[in-house]
Design a protein around this ligand. Sequence first.
Ligand SMILES: [Zn+2]
Length: 242
Amino acid sequence: MSSPLEIVPVPAFSDNYIWLVHDADSGETAVVDPGDAGPPLAEAERRGWTITQVWNTHWHPDHTGGNLSVKDATGATISGTAAETIAGRDVDLSEGDEVRLGSHTGRVIEVPGHTLGHIAIVFDEERAAFVGDTLFAMGCGRLFEGTPQQMFDSLSKLSALPENIRVYCAHEYTLSNARFAAYADPENAAVSARLAKVEAMRDAGEITLPSTIAEERATNPFVRAKDWEDFARLRSAKDSFR
Ligand SMILES: [Zn+2]
């Protein structure tokens, strides 16, 4: 029996989370989307961990800006989406590829929309998915490169995962997403209950992640959209929502 992965959030910039993933059996530690190297290196050192791998979901600088500094400091191997330019990448990842951390295996799925080459990494046995800026708690990423159809398909792929998969997103956007969800889906009691819970958590300075696939199916208006046209209408409404 292998030990469960330890998954730790490292806050960075104003609202990013860089996730550290540690396997106690092998001593390996991965950092997911290090937009900045300082915070994850410091947190790893505080815990006595050495970062051995970097995993990048997409090219945006707030997800890759620390890649080279992490590599310089630790010699970590950088694995990232094959379809985009990723600083220092050693290993190309695309649909069906695997990342390994000790005896734990994550599989790569392509989820374009926020960017065209965006990937997610799913650990089925660990029930954990690293989704970058594709799926957020009660929300989803903006469509910087892809079409509404692509993003709708990507969210459908993620929401089809087992409901007990924990969802590790890359930003603390839950409160503003919850307010939009309450506006877009006013009759949904699960949404209003979650909004109240998220308000209390943020008032207490708590992190609202990880989410779960079950929570997103119940409360995320973008996941609950009935087709891509419905999704596109919601996404543009959210873009101008205050
Ligand atoms: Zn992004």
